[in-house]
Design a protein. Structure first.
Length: 404
């Protein structure tokens, strides 16, 4: 089968891009031909298909003319349609599997795919089908006011970077795609990595055919280590408000442990200033670390923490921690409880509640035997339930249900 994979980033930026590349790897491993469609960027991985990629879109903006051009591409990119037509005419894919295409590519490509009678599958990585801001968040707080297609709420609340202009573009995008073009209704099947995302999308009023298929990990690429008792815990991921890192910092303040915060993001300086101002000495900011170095840090900790305050989907950070033999303490929100089984593979706490998180951290720190047992269970869960083979078989069934 010839599969066209599309994602706006062609380098491992975030969980959606990692999922995109993992899908390509598992398809090729099982003998399928894969073609790529994406956006040009200096950070891109080399690909012979890059000649079909759309030109780089600078979302940080520039002058008025640049911003007008950018808004046009966000709403409906004719460049993307034309470039994709060229790719289709040379590669002749049997099916298209879209990941994150909004803004930089735009869903205009769905029209092109349908014009060529190509079935379309789309993996949902966020809440873009129902929320102008992708995340069901406004200024760091959970928000569902766009439910039922009331997208104008994003303009009144300035949901996009606290900018009325940027919010207006996203609101126009939502009304164009959902109320005028009904473009996402042309997608044959939506794949959701979490059950929560399916239920929330339906609840918010979006119709569609959904299939649950969680993320996966190749356990062979992760060497587990179960016996750490060094009272070191790890957070890894983007440093942004909705990840709940302030709550984690408050939870560990004064505890007999060391917290390593790995990653970067717009909140880093604010968090470092907080730690310095409050004289917290047991927290270390390590910045961004590449795969091997990151795995080594996780391997040598007791457990990791996912303190999110937004509706997480199916976090790869949890799956990767499990693959390395580490239990996870996670917020009881979004799709997180679907992965963390209480006292089997980790612990759950009330989101935003630093006292509850502290209690769970101290409990797990105090029982090395239980911590190690949870780590073994977590690794087994990945080896048995979240394998590339299982994921591939489910994905193949989805494809075959659409390809005649």
């Amino acid at each position: 089968m010839r599969v066209l994979l599309a994602n706006k980033f062609f380098y491992p930026k975030g969980g959606d891009a990692i999922s995109f590349f993992s899908t390509a790897e598992v398809l090729r491993k099982n003998g399928h031909e894969v073609a790529f469609f994406s956006m040009h960027s200096p950070q891109n991985i080399d690909s012979p298909d890059s000649r079909y990629f759309v030109s780089y879109v600078n979302m940080d903006g520039g002058g008025m003319i640049d911003n007008i051009k950018m808004a046009g591409k966000i709403l409906y990119s004719f460049e993307a349609k034309n470039k994709l037509s060229e790719l289709i005419n040379t590669q002749h894919p049997d099916i298209a599997h879209l990941h994150n295409i909004c803004h930089q590519i735009s869903p205009s490509i769905i029209d092109t795919l349908k014009k060529h009678n190509i079935p379309v599958v789309m993996t949902m990585h966020d809440y873009k089908l129902t929320c102008a801001a992708y995340t069901l968040l406004v200024h760091g707080n959970v928000c569902e006011e766009c439910s039922g297609g009331k997208y104008y709420k994003a303009l009144t609340k300035k949901c996009i970077k606290n900018s009325r202009l940027k919010s207006a573009v996203n609101v126009a995008e939502m009304y164009l795609h959902h109320k005028i073009l009904h473009i996402y209704e042309k997608v044959d099947i939506f794949i959701s990595p979490s059950r929560f995302l399916i239920e929330k999308t339906k609840q918010m009023g979006f119709p569609g055919r959904f299939v649950y298929l969680p993320n996966f990990a190749d356990a062979g690429k992760f060497e587990p280590f179960y016996t750490s008792d060094n009272k070191t815990i790890v957070y890894f991921g983007r440093l942004i408000k909705e990840k709940g890192i302030k709550v984690l910092i408050d939870a560990v303040k004064g505890c007999n442990l060391r917290l390593k915060i790995i990653g970067d993001g717009p909140q880093r300086k604010e968090l470092e200033d907080k730690v310095s101002r409050e004289g917290i000495s047991n927290i270390e900011f390590l910045g961004y670390k590449k795969s091997d170095a990151l795995q080594n840090e996780i391997r040598n900790c007791m457990f990791t923490v996912v303190p999110s305050e937004w509706y997480e989907n199916n976090p790869l950070s949890i799956i990767e921690s499990f693959a390395l033999g580490k239990p996870v303490i996670g917020a009881k929100i979004g799709g997180i409880p679907e992965l963390i089984k209480e006292r089997e593979t980790g612990l759950l706490f009330e989101p935003g509640n630093s006292a509850d998180l502290r209690k769970k951290i101290e409990f797990l720190l105090s029982d090395h035997t239980l911590c190690n047992k949870m780590g073994i269970n977590a690794r087994r869960f990945v080896e048995e339930e979240l394998t590339p083979e299982k994921h591939y078989q489910s994905l193949l069934q989805i494809y075959q249900s659409l390809v005649k």
